[in-house]
Design a protein around this ligand. Structure first.
Ligand SMILES: NC(=O)N[C@@H](CC(=O)O)C(=O)O
Ligand SMILES: [Zn+2]
Ligand SMILES: [Zn+2]
Length: 343
């Protein structure tokens, strides 16, 4: 039997939602993750230290007995974020990053930033205090094709931020294009990226060929297979600039199977198992551990987890649906087999 023992992984981009949904999302996340960077795009968004800390308490309150899963919190940036709020947040030791959502770019981003110049004083405070900037890198201009929005953001918005804040640690989240891979590779050591399991395993054919499959719809949207191949190359290259961030984003089944379906794919039920498939397919299982468990904490300036988990090459079938806050969601690979199991 093939087994693989690796340092306990962390997920550097995770949506846990709130309220009734929390017990389901936290159960999945705490199965074997050491830490997760929790996204702040709640309704209303977690824009203050107080809100982020209260959210953290709600997460801890539903952690399964005996779990040591640690949520790391982030603040949601708006045009009106006060630089003082960043200093206050960072001083708690529990909030390690701020999230830039261009206003209107994705789920619950309406209160996001309309022009990055509006948050320059905030970015200065982040650079000074060592608070990371996490970026949903897509422009929102309706004239820009949805498949080109990440590239347009990288061409028109990101270079200024990188030039003007040379010591700010920036994570370009859930990258989906070869352009993003190239940008991150040529940038300084202060710029890194997360890559999701679904962007490694799928391309837009999975979503659109032979019928439209809403459970593959997420943002940034799946691109053509050449971009998928570039992401696989980056993730399995051994570069410390690319690490695990699932962007597991639960939505109720009826909100995705709808005339106007929500963006987001759920992978928390099998996060590392899905990455293992992608790395195995690329013949790079030896690169999995650093991607899931080393480069993330290294970039964040946090210690690596000290204990380990073991993956076994053993197939299991994912449920057609999973519970979500008294309702249900359809996970990635619903009703199909996954070929790795975490023991
Ligand atoms: N990725 C998604 O398609 N959706 C995320 C938001 C995000 O990460 O952009 C969500 O919160 O549902
Ligand atoms: Zn996003
Ligand atoms: Zn996300």
């Amino acid at each position: 039997m093939t087994t693989l023992t690796i340092t306990r992984p962390d997920d550097w981009h995770l949506h846990l939602r709130d309220g009734e949904q929390l017990k389901d999302t936290v159960r999945d996340a705490s199965r074997y993750l050491g830490r997760a960077l929790i996204m702040p795009n709640l309704v209303p968004p977690a824009t203050t230290t107080e809100m982020a800390l209260a959210y953290r308490e709600r997460i801890l309150a539903v952690r399964p007995q005996g779990s040591r899963f640690e949520p790391l919190m982030s603040l949601y940036l708006t045009d009106n974020t006060d630089p003082q709020e960043v200093r206050k947040a960072k001083a708690t030791g529990k909030i390690v990053a701020c999230k830039l959502y261009p206003a209107g770019a994705t789920t619950n981003s309406d209160s996001g930033v309309t022009d990055v110049k509006n948050i320059y004083p905030v970015l200065a405070a982040m650079q000074e205090t060592g608070t990371l900037l996490l970026v949903h890198g897509e422009v929102t201009d309706s004239r820009i094709d949805i498949f080109d929005r990440e590239k347009a953001f990288i061409d028109t918005v990101l270079p200024d931020v990188v030039r003007d804040f040379p010591d700010l640690k920036i994570v370009l989240e859930h990258i989906t294009t070869e352009h993003a891979v190239n940008f991150v590779e040529q940038a300084g050591d202060n710029v890194a990226a997360t890559i999701t399991a679904h962007h490694l395993l799928f391309n837009r054919n999975h979503m659109l060929a032979g019928g439209i499959r809403p459970h593959y719809y997420c943002l940034p949207i799946l691109k053509r297979n050449t971009h998928q191949q570039a992401l696989v190359r980056a993730a399995t290259s051994g570069s410390k600039k690319f690490f695990m961030g699932t962007d597991s984003a639960p939505h109720f089944q009826h909100r995705k199977e709808a005339a106007c379906g929500c963006a987001g794919a759920y992978t928390s039920h099998a996060a590392v198992e899905l990455y293992a498939e992608a790395f195995e397919e690329a013949g790079a299982l030896d690169k999995l551990e650093a991607f899931t468990s080393h480069y993330g904490p290294d970039f964040y300036g946090l210690p690596r987890n000290e204990d380990r988990i073991t993956l076994v090459k053993e197939s299991w079938v994912v449920g057609e649906t999973l519970p979500l806050g008294g309702d249900q969601l359809v996970p990635i690979r619903a009703g199909e087999a996954i070929h790795w199991t975490v023991r």
